[in-house]
Design a protein around this ligand. Structure first.
Ligand code: UGA
Length: 469
Protein backbone atom coordinates (compact mmCIF):
# COMPACT_ATOMS: atom_id res chain seq x y z
CA UNK A 1 0.00 0.00 0.00
CA UNK A 2 1.10 3.56 -0.63
CA UNK A 3 0.34 5.64 2.43
CA UNK A 4 0.69 9.38 3.07
CA UNK A 5 0.95 10.41 6.71
CA UNK A 6 0.34 14.13 7.20
CA UNK A 7 2.15 15.61 10.21
CA UNK A 8 5.55 14.44 11.41
CA UNK A 9 4.90 14.98 15.11
CA UNK A 10 4.80 12.21 17.66
CA UNK A 11 1.87 10.27 16.24
CA UNK A 12 2.69 10.88 12.57
CA UNK A 13 6.32 9.91 12.85
CA UNK A 14 5.64 6.71 14.79
CA UNK A 15 2.70 5.77 12.55
CA UNK A 16 4.62 6.39 9.32
CA UNK A 17 7.70 4.54 10.53
CA UNK A 18 5.72 1.54 11.73
CA UNK A 19 3.73 1.35 8.48
CA UNK A 20 7.07 1.29 6.65
CA UNK A 21 8.23 -1.57 8.90
CA UNK A 22 5.02 -3.42 8.06
CA UNK A 23 6.04 -3.23 4.40
CA UNK A 24 4.10 -0.21 3.10
CA UNK A 25 5.49 2.66 1.02
CA UNK A 26 5.17 5.75 3.21
CA UNK A 27 5.34 9.46 2.39
CA UNK A 28 5.61 11.53 5.54
CA UNK A 29 4.31 15.02 4.78
CA UNK A 30 4.98 18.15 6.80
CA UNK A 31 5.02 21.86 6.00
CA UNK A 32 8.03 22.46 8.25
CA UNK A 33 10.99 22.21 5.87
CA UNK A 34 13.59 22.34 8.62
CA UNK A 35 11.99 19.38 10.36
CA UNK A 36 11.91 17.45 7.10
CA UNK A 37 15.56 18.24 6.41
CA UNK A 38 16.50 17.03 9.91
CA UNK A 39 14.51 13.83 9.51
CA UNK A 40 16.03 13.26 6.08
CA UNK A 41 19.53 13.70 7.41
CA UNK A 42 19.10 11.10 10.14
CA UNK A 43 17.91 13.11 13.14
CA UNK A 44 15.31 11.52 15.39
CA UNK A 45 13.49 14.41 17.05
CA UNK A 46 11.78 12.42 19.81
CA UNK A 47 12.98 10.04 22.50
CA UNK A 48 11.22 6.82 21.57
CA UNK A 49 12.47 3.27 21.91
CA UNK A 50 13.13 1.46 18.58
CA UNK A 51 12.35 4.56 16.51
CA UNK A 52 15.99 5.35 15.62
CA UNK A 53 16.55 1.75 14.45
CA UNK A 54 13.39 1.66 12.34
CA UNK A 55 14.03 5.07 10.80
CA UNK A 56 17.58 4.03 9.92
CA UNK A 57 16.17 0.85 8.38
CA UNK A 58 13.61 2.56 6.14
CA UNK A 59 14.70 6.17 5.62
CA UNK A 60 14.92 7.00 1.91
CA UNK A 61 13.58 3.53 1.04
CA UNK A 62 10.17 2.67 2.45
CA UNK A 63 9.74 6.05 4.14
CA UNK A 64 10.33 9.34 2.34
CA UNK A 65 9.74 12.90 3.47
CA UNK A 66 7.87 15.56 1.53
CA UNK A 67 6.38 19.04 1.90
CA UNK A 68 4.03 18.56 -1.05
CA UNK A 69 0.72 17.35 0.36
CA UNK A 70 -1.14 17.42 -2.94
CA UNK A 71 1.49 15.33 -4.74
CA UNK A 72 1.41 12.89 -1.81
CA UNK A 73 -2.38 12.59 -2.04
CA UNK A 74 -2.16 11.86 -5.77
CA UNK A 75 0.55 9.25 -5.20
CA UNK A 76 -1.10 7.37 -2.32
CA UNK A 77 -4.11 5.13 -1.67
CA UNK A 78 -4.60 6.22 1.92
CA UNK A 79 -3.96 9.57 3.60
CA UNK A 80 -3.63 9.55 7.38
CA UNK A 81 -4.11 12.91 9.09
CA UNK A 82 -1.88 13.13 12.15
CA UNK A 83 -1.57 16.87 12.73
CA UNK A 84 -1.85 18.52 16.13
CA UNK A 85 -5.16 19.23 17.83
CA UNK A 86 -4.08 21.52 20.68
CA UNK A 87 -6.50 22.71 23.36
CA UNK A 88 -8.11 26.12 22.95
CA UNK A 89 -8.61 28.49 25.89
CA UNK A 90 -12.09 27.01 26.30
CA UNK A 91 -10.69 23.49 26.68
CA UNK A 92 -12.05 22.09 23.43
CA UNK A 93 -9.77 20.86 20.64
CA UNK A 94 -8.50 23.33 18.03
CA UNK A 95 -9.23 21.58 14.74
CA UNK A 96 -7.98 24.31 12.42
CA UNK A 97 -4.90 22.30 11.33
CA UNK A 98 -7.11 19.33 10.53
CA UNK A 99 -9.40 21.59 8.51
CA UNK A 100 -6.62 23.16 6.48
CA UNK A 101 -5.19 19.71 5.65
CA UNK A 102 -8.68 18.60 4.57
CA UNK A 103 -8.99 21.65 2.26
CA UNK A 104 -5.68 20.88 0.64
CA UNK A 105 -6.48 17.19 0.21
CA UNK A 106 -9.70 18.14 -1.62
CA UNK A 107 -7.85 19.68 -4.57
CA UNK A 108 -5.78 16.55 -5.19
CA UNK A 109 -8.29 13.69 -5.01
CA UNK A 110 -7.98 12.27 -8.54
CA UNK A 111 -8.93 8.61 -7.91
CA UNK A 112 -10.44 6.63 -5.02
CA UNK A 113 -8.71 7.51 -1.74
CA UNK A 114 -9.37 6.89 1.88
CA UNK A 115 -8.76 9.77 4.27
CA UNK A 116 -8.12 8.56 7.80
CA UNK A 117 -8.11 10.69 10.93
CA UNK A 118 -5.39 9.51 13.27
CA UNK A 119 -5.15 12.62 15.46
CA UNK A 120 -7.24 12.57 18.62
CA UNK A 121 -10.40 14.43 17.71
CA UNK A 122 -13.90 14.90 19.07
CA UNK A 123 -16.86 12.92 17.81
CA UNK A 124 -18.22 14.18 14.46
CA UNK A 125 -14.80 15.36 13.22
CA UNK A 126 -14.70 12.81 10.40
CA UNK A 127 -18.06 14.06 9.23
CA UNK A 128 -16.70 17.62 9.21
CA UNK A 129 -13.58 16.56 7.30
CA UNK A 130 -15.79 14.92 4.71
CA UNK A 131 -17.90 18.07 4.38
CA UNK A 132 -14.82 20.27 3.99
CA UNK A 133 -13.33 18.01 1.32
CA UNK A 134 -16.60 18.03 -0.65
CA UNK A 135 -17.06 21.81 -0.21
CA UNK A 136 -13.63 22.29 -1.69
CA UNK A 137 -14.46 20.50 -4.88
CA UNK A 138 -13.84 16.74 -4.42
CA UNK A 139 -16.33 14.27 -5.86
CA UNK A 140 -18.13 12.59 -2.87
CA UNK A 141 -17.82 9.20 -4.57
CA UNK A 142 -14.05 9.51 -4.99
CA UNK A 143 -13.12 9.17 -1.34
CA UNK A 144 -14.14 7.74 2.01
CA UNK A 145 -13.47 9.00 5.49
CA UNK A 146 -12.30 6.75 8.32
CA UNK A 147 -11.33 7.15 11.95
CA UNK A 148 -8.42 5.05 13.19
CA UNK A 149 -7.50 6.30 16.65
CA UNK A 150 -4.09 5.59 18.12
CA UNK A 151 -3.49 4.20 21.59
CA UNK A 152 0.23 4.87 21.72
CA UNK A 153 1.96 5.62 24.97
CA UNK A 154 5.03 7.80 24.82
CA UNK A 155 8.17 5.78 25.40
CA UNK A 156 6.58 2.54 24.16
CA UNK A 157 4.83 3.95 21.10
CA UNK A 158 6.58 1.71 18.57
CA UNK A 159 5.73 -1.52 20.38
CA UNK A 160 2.23 -0.21 21.16
CA UNK A 161 1.74 0.33 17.44
CA UNK A 162 3.11 -3.02 16.30
CA UNK A 163 1.71 -5.08 19.19
CA UNK A 164 -1.58 -3.30 19.94
CA UNK A 165 -4.26 -4.57 22.33
CA UNK A 166 -6.69 -3.79 19.51
CA UNK A 167 -6.89 -1.88 16.25
CA UNK A 168 -9.99 0.30 16.02
CA UNK A 169 -11.21 1.23 12.59
CA UNK A 170 -14.28 3.46 12.18
CA UNK A 171 -15.72 3.43 8.67
CA UNK A 172 -18.91 4.17 6.77
CA UNK A 173 -18.37 1.84 3.78
CA UNK A 174 -17.17 -1.72 3.12
CA UNK A 175 -14.77 -0.48 0.47
CA UNK A 176 -13.00 1.74 2.99
CA UNK A 177 -12.98 -1.05 5.60
CA UNK A 178 -11.32 -3.33 3.05
CA UNK A 179 -8.46 -0.85 2.45
CA UNK A 180 -7.84 -0.55 6.19
CA UNK A 181 -7.97 -4.33 6.58
CA UNK A 182 -5.21 -4.59 3.97
CA UNK A 183 -3.14 -1.90 5.64
CA UNK A 184 -3.22 -3.72 8.97
CA UNK A 185 -3.05 -7.23 7.45
CA UNK A 186 0.65 -7.72 8.32
CA UNK A 187 -0.37 -7.47 12.00
CA UNK A 188 -3.80 -9.11 11.96
CA UNK A 189 -2.58 -12.06 9.89
CA UNK A 190 0.40 -12.52 12.20
CA UNK A 191 2.88 -12.30 9.29
CA UNK A 192 4.79 -9.42 10.82
CA UNK A 193 5.45 -11.39 14.00
CA UNK A 194 7.09 -14.28 12.21
CA UNK A 195 9.74 -12.04 10.66
CA UNK A 196 13.24 -12.40 12.06
CA UNK A 197 13.74 -8.61 12.08
CA UNK A 198 10.41 -7.81 13.77
CA UNK A 199 10.56 -5.49 16.76
CA UNK A 200 10.66 -7.77 19.85
CA UNK A 201 7.38 -8.82 21.35
CA UNK A 202 6.63 -7.11 24.67
CA UNK A 203 5.27 -9.03 27.67
CA UNK A 204 1.50 -9.35 27.65
CA UNK A 205 1.16 -8.79 23.89
CA UNK A 206 -1.72 -10.78 22.40
CA UNK A 207 -0.89 -11.72 18.85
CA UNK A 208 -2.38 -11.39 16.36
CA UNK A 209 -4.29 -8.33 17.55
CA UNK A 210 -8.01 -7.94 17.18
CA UNK A 211 -9.35 -5.58 14.51
CA UNK A 212 -12.51 -3.85 15.70
CA UNK A 213 -14.61 -2.29 12.96
CA UNK A 214 -17.09 0.37 14.06
CA UNK A 215 -18.80 3.47 12.74
CA UNK A 216 -16.60 6.58 12.54
CA UNK A 217 -18.46 8.19 15.44
CA UNK A 218 -17.99 5.18 17.68
CA UNK A 219 -14.27 5.08 16.85
CA UNK A 220 -13.92 8.75 17.75
CA UNK A 221 -15.67 8.13 21.05
CA UNK A 222 -13.58 5.04 21.80
CA UNK A 223 -10.44 7.18 21.82
CA UNK A 224 -11.76 9.89 24.13
CA UNK A 225 -13.55 7.41 26.38
CA UNK A 226 -10.44 5.21 26.69
CA UNK A 227 -8.23 8.08 27.80
CA UNK A 228 -10.90 9.40 30.15
CA UNK A 229 -11.36 5.95 31.68
CA UNK A 230 -7.63 5.47 32.25
CA UNK A 231 -7.34 8.92 33.83
CA UNK A 232 -10.35 8.08 36.01
CA UNK A 233 -8.64 4.88 37.14
CA UNK A 234 -5.57 6.88 38.19
CA UNK A 235 -7.62 9.52 40.01
CA UNK A 236 -9.68 6.81 41.68
CA UNK A 237 -6.64 5.10 43.12
CA UNK A 238 -5.14 8.44 44.11
CA UNK A 239 -8.31 9.20 46.06
CA UNK A 240 -8.13 5.76 47.69
CA UNK A 241 -4.46 6.42 48.51
CA UNK A 242 -5.48 9.57 50.39
CA UNK A 243 -7.89 7.56 52.51
CA UNK A 244 -5.15 4.96 53.09
CA UNK A 245 -2.93 7.73 54.44
CA UNK A 246 -5.65 8.87 56.82
CA UNK A 247 -6.30 5.42 58.25
CA UNK A 248 -2.80 3.98 58.10
CA UNK A 249 -3.60 1.40 55.40
CA UNK A 250 -1.31 0.49 52.53
CA UNK A 251 -2.56 1.39 49.06
CA UNK A 252 -0.27 -1.21 47.47
CA UNK A 253 -2.12 -3.93 49.34
CA UNK A 254 -5.43 -2.35 48.42
CA UNK A 255 -4.39 -2.25 44.74
CA UNK A 256 -3.37 -5.86 44.89
CA UNK A 257 -6.75 -6.73 46.36
CA UNK A 258 -8.87 -4.81 43.91
CA UNK A 259 -6.64 -5.22 40.85
CA UNK A 260 -6.75 -9.00 41.04
CA UNK A 261 -10.48 -8.85 40.31
CA UNK A 262 -10.33 -9.59 36.59
CA UNK A 263 -13.14 -7.11 36.01
CA UNK A 264 -10.93 -4.32 37.34
CA UNK A 265 -7.37 -5.37 36.47
CA UNK A 266 -4.12 -4.19 38.07
CA UNK A 267 -2.87 -1.78 35.40
CA UNK A 268 -3.15 2.00 35.68
CA UNK A 269 -3.72 1.65 39.39
CA UNK A 270 -0.41 3.16 40.46
CA UNK A 271 -0.96 6.09 42.79
CA UNK A 272 1.42 9.02 42.59
CA UNK A 273 1.57 12.75 42.04
CA UNK A 274 -1.08 12.62 39.33
CA UNK A 275 -1.16 12.11 35.59
CA UNK A 276 0.37 14.56 33.12
CA UNK A 277 1.52 14.56 29.52
CA UNK A 278 0.17 15.88 26.28
CA UNK A 279 -2.82 13.53 26.18
CA UNK A 280 -4.77 12.91 29.36
CA UNK A 281 -5.09 16.54 30.56
CA UNK A 282 -5.98 17.84 27.08
CA UNK A 283 -8.23 14.94 26.10
CA UNK A 284 -10.21 15.06 29.32
CA UNK A 285 -10.96 18.73 28.82
CA UNK A 286 -11.85 18.13 25.18
CA UNK A 287 -14.13 15.20 26.04
CA UNK A 288 -15.77 17.29 28.75
CA UNK A 289 -16.33 20.10 26.22
CA UNK A 290 -17.67 17.85 23.48
CA UNK A 291 -20.02 16.08 25.89
CA UNK A 292 -21.41 19.45 26.95
CA UNK A 293 -21.93 20.45 23.34
CA UNK A 294 -23.82 17.20 22.78
CA UNK A 295 -26.06 18.00 25.74
CA UNK A 296 -24.47 15.81 28.44
CA UNK A 297 -22.96 17.38 31.54
CA UNK A 298 -20.08 14.95 32.21
CA UNK A 299 -19.28 16.13 35.75
CA UNK A 300 -17.47 12.92 36.60
CA UNK A 301 -14.61 14.20 34.43
CA UNK A 302 -14.40 17.44 36.45
CA UNK A 303 -13.88 15.36 39.55
CA UNK A 304 -11.19 13.24 37.86
CA UNK A 305 -9.33 16.45 36.96
CA UNK A 306 -9.85 17.95 40.42
CA UNK A 307 -8.45 14.88 42.19
CA UNK A 308 -5.49 14.93 39.82
CA UNK A 309 -4.62 18.50 40.69
CA UNK A 310 -5.23 17.90 44.34
CA UNK A 311 -2.73 15.07 44.28
CA UNK A 312 0.08 17.51 43.54
CA UNK A 313 -0.99 19.82 46.32
CA UNK A 314 -1.12 16.93 48.75
CA UNK A 315 2.43 15.96 47.81
CA UNK A 316 3.62 19.51 48.34
CA UNK A 317 1.94 19.54 51.72
CA UNK A 318 3.77 16.33 52.54
CA UNK A 319 7.13 17.90 51.64
CA UNK A 320 6.30 20.87 53.83
CA UNK A 321 5.23 18.74 56.75
CA UNK A 322 8.42 16.66 56.56
CA UNK A 323 10.83 19.56 56.19
CA UNK A 324 8.92 22.16 58.23
CA UNK A 325 10.15 25.31 56.45
CA UNK A 326 11.15 25.27 52.81
CA UNK A 327 13.02 28.52 52.22
CA UNK A 328 16.69 27.80 51.59
CA UNK A 329 16.30 24.01 51.70
CA UNK A 330 18.34 22.06 49.18
CA UNK A 331 16.20 19.38 47.52
CA UNK A 332 17.42 16.61 45.26
CA UNK A 333 14.81 15.93 42.58
CA UNK A 334 14.72 12.70 40.59
CA UNK A 335 12.61 13.05 37.48
CA UNK A 336 11.26 15.92 35.43
CA UNK A 337 9.50 14.11 32.56
CA UNK A 338 5.74 13.55 32.90
CA UNK A 339 6.47 9.81 33.19
CA UNK A 340 9.42 7.44 32.81
CA UNK A 341 10.88 6.56 29.43
CA UNK A 342 10.28 9.89 27.72
CA UNK A 343 11.85 13.35 27.43
CA UNK A 344 8.40 14.96 27.29
CA UNK A 345 7.67 17.50 30.01
CA UNK A 346 4.30 18.74 28.79
CA UNK A 347 1.91 19.06 31.75
CA UNK A 348 4.48 17.18 33.80
CA UNK A 349 3.46 17.08 37.47
CA UNK A 350 7.19 16.97 38.27
CA UNK A 351 7.82 20.31 36.54
CA UNK A 352 4.77 21.89 38.19
CA UNK A 353 6.01 20.73 41.59
CA UNK A 354 9.54 21.99 40.99
CA UNK A 355 8.12 25.40 40.00
CA UNK A 356 6.10 25.49 43.21
CA UNK A 357 9.11 24.49 45.34
CA UNK A 358 11.20 27.21 43.69
CA UNK A 359 8.50 29.75 44.51
CA UNK A 360 8.77 28.62 48.13
CA UNK A 361 12.51 29.39 48.07
CA UNK A 362 14.00 25.89 47.75
CA UNK A 363 17.21 25.20 45.89
CA UNK A 364 16.61 22.41 43.38
CA UNK A 365 19.24 19.94 42.24
CA UNK A 366 17.60 17.78 39.58
CA UNK A 367 18.36 14.79 37.44
CA UNK A 368 16.35 13.20 34.67
CA UNK A 369 17.76 10.63 32.24
CA UNK A 370 16.16 12.31 29.20
CA UNK A 371 14.19 15.46 29.98
CA UNK A 372 16.79 17.89 31.33
CA UNK A 373 17.30 19.79 28.08
CA UNK A 374 13.57 20.31 27.71
CA UNK A 375 13.27 21.28 31.38
CA UNK A 376 15.94 23.95 30.97
CA UNK A 377 13.65 25.70 28.48
CA UNK A 378 10.89 26.18 31.06
CA UNK A 379 12.56 26.23 34.48
CA UNK A 380 14.56 29.18 35.84
CA UNK A 381 18.34 29.19 35.50
CA UNK A 382 18.72 28.72 39.26
CA UNK A 383 17.90 25.00 38.94
CA UNK A 384 21.02 22.86 39.07
CA UNK A 385 21.11 19.78 36.79
CA UNK A 386 23.27 16.81 37.65
CA UNK A 387 24.80 13.98 35.65
CA UNK A 388 23.17 11.27 37.75
CA UNK A 389 20.79 10.57 40.63
CA UNK A 390 23.52 10.33 43.27
CA UNK A 391 24.86 13.76 42.34
CA UNK A 392 21.34 15.20 42.75
CA UNK A 393 21.16 13.68 46.24
CA UNK A 394 24.55 14.93 47.37
CA UNK A 395 24.21 17.29 50.34
CA UNK A 396 20.42 17.53 49.93
CA UNK A 397 18.06 18.05 52.86
CA UNK A 398 15.77 15.49 51.23
CA UNK A 399 15.41 13.53 48.01
CA UNK A 400 12.16 13.78 46.04
CA UNK A 401 11.23 11.13 43.46
CA UNK A 402 8.86 12.68 40.93
CA UNK A 403 9.03 10.47 37.81
CA UNK A 404 8.74 6.68 37.62
CA UNK A 405 11.97 6.07 35.67
CA UNK A 406 13.21 2.48 35.97
CA UNK A 407 16.67 3.93 36.61
CA UNK A 408 15.43 5.44 39.88
CA UNK A 409 13.95 2.20 41.21
CA UNK A 410 17.24 0.39 41.79
CA UNK A 411 19.52 2.92 43.48
CA UNK A 412 22.27 1.76 45.86
CA UNK A 413 20.55 2.70 49.08
CA UNK A 414 23.55 2.80 51.41
CA UNK A 415 25.42 5.04 49.00
CA UNK A 416 22.38 7.28 48.69
CA UNK A 417 21.95 7.58 52.45
CA UNK A 418 25.58 8.56 52.91
CA UNK A 419 25.33 11.27 50.27
CA UNK A 420 22.20 12.93 51.60
CA UNK A 421 22.50 15.53 54.33
CA UNK A 422 19.52 13.91 56.07
CA UNK A 423 18.30 10.40 55.18
CA UNK A 424 14.91 11.58 53.96
CA UNK A 425 13.25 10.33 50.77
CA UNK A 426 9.83 11.59 49.68
CA UNK A 427 8.70 9.32 46.90
CA UNK A 428 5.86 10.58 44.67
CA UNK A 429 5.88 7.38 42.61
CA UNK A 430 6.10 4.59 45.21
CA UNK A 431 9.25 3.11 43.68
CA UNK A 432 10.56 1.60 46.94
CA UNK A 433 9.37 -0.80 49.57
CA UNK A 434 8.94 1.12 52.84
CA UNK A 435 10.34 -1.79 54.88
CA UNK A 436 13.50 -1.89 52.77
CA UNK A 437 13.92 1.87 53.06
CA UNK A 438 13.49 1.65 56.80
CA UNK A 439 16.06 -1.14 57.03
CA UNK A 440 18.51 1.10 55.20
CA UNK A 441 17.97 3.90 57.69
CA UNK A 442 15.74 6.23 55.69
CA UNK A 443 12.77 8.27 56.76
CA UNK A 444 10.67 7.32 53.81
CA UNK A 445 7.39 8.90 52.73
CA UNK A 446 5.39 7.67 49.75
CA UNK A 447 1.82 7.91 48.48
CA UNK A 448 -0.89 6.03 50.32
CA UNK A 449 1.48 3.89 52.40
CA UNK A 450 2.58 4.16 56.01
CA UNK A 451 5.63 6.32 56.62
CA UNK A 452 8.84 4.86 58.03
CA UNK A 453 10.75 7.17 60.31
CA UNK A 454 14.29 7.13 61.61
CA UNK A 455 14.95 8.10 65.21
CA UNK A 456 16.38 11.51 64.40
CA UNK A 457 13.69 12.32 61.89
CA UNK A 458 12.37 15.87 62.11
CA UNK A 459 9.05 14.39 61.06
CA UNK A 460 8.74 12.68 64.40
CA UNK A 461 7.65 15.99 65.90
CA UNK A 462 4.82 16.41 63.45
CA UNK A 463 1.34 16.25 64.88
CA UNK A 464 -0.41 13.02 64.03
CA UNK A 465 -2.67 13.73 61.09
CA UNK A 466 -4.53 10.47 61.23
CA UNK A 467 -8.26 10.63 61.48
CA UNK A 468 -10.51 8.04 63.00
CA UNK A 469 -13.48 7.21 60.79
C1 UGA B 1 -1.82 7.98 27.03
C2 UGA B 1 -2.56 6.64 26.89
O1 UGA B 1 -2.04 5.69 27.82
C3 UGA B 1 -2.39 6.09 25.47
O2 UGA B 1 -3.17 4.90 25.31
C4 UGA B 1 -2.89 7.14 24.48
O3 UGA B 1 -2.73 6.71 23.14
C5 UGA B 1 -2.10 8.42 24.67
O4 UGA B 1 -2.28 8.88 26.02
C6 UGA B 1 -2.62 9.43 23.69
O5 UGA B 1 -3.79 9.84 23.79
O6 UGA B 1 -1.94 9.71 22.68
P1 UGA B 1 0.73 8.69 27.50
O7 UGA B 1 0.20 10.08 27.67
O8 UGA B 1 1.92 8.48 26.66
O9 UGA B 1 -0.42 7.73 26.88
O10 UGA B 1 1.10 8.16 28.93
P2 UGA B 1 0.56 7.10 29.99
O11 UGA B 1 1.51 5.96 30.05
O12 UGA B 1 -0.85 6.78 29.76
O13 UGA B 1 0.71 7.96 31.33
C7 UGA B 1 -0.01 9.18 31.49
C8 UGA B 1 0.22 9.76 32.87
O14 UGA B 1 -0.41 8.97 33.86
C9 UGA B 1 1.71 9.85 33.29
O15 UGA B 1 1.93 11.09 33.92
C10 UGA B 1 1.88 8.70 34.27
O16 UGA B 1 2.89 8.94 35.21
C11 UGA B 1 0.50 8.66 34.91
N1 UGA B 1 0.15 7.34 35.45
C12 UGA B 1 -0.02 6.27 34.63
C13 UGA B 1 -0.08 7.20 36.81
O17 UGA B 1 0.03 8.18 37.59
N2 UGA B 1 -0.46 5.98 37.29
C14 UGA B 1 -0.61 4.90 36.50
O18 UGA B 1 -0.98 3.81 37.01
C15 UGA B 1 -0.38 5.04 35.14
Amino acid sequence: MRIAVVGSGYVGLVTGTCFADMGHEVLLVDNNDQKLAELGSGDVPIHERFLPELLARHRGKKIKFSNDLQAAVRACDAIFIAVGTPATDRGDADLSYVESVAREIAGAVDSYKIVVEKSTVPVYTSQWIRTVIIRNGANPASFDLASNPEFLREGTAVTDFLYPDRIVVGVESDRCAQVLREIYAPLTSGDYYSRADAIPRPDRAQIPPRLIITSTRSAELIKHASNAFLAMKISFINAVASICESVGANVQQVCDGIGSDSRIGPRFLNPGIGYGGSCFPKDLMAFRAVAKECGYDFRLLDEVMRINEDQRHRFLKKVRSVLWTLRGKRLGVLGLAFKGGTDDIRESPAILLVQELLREGCHICAHDPAAMDRAKEVLPASVEYTSGPYEAATGADALLILTEWEEFAGLELDRLRNLLKYPIVIDGRNLYDPAVMSAHGFSYYSVGRPETLTEDSTAAVRPDKRHIF
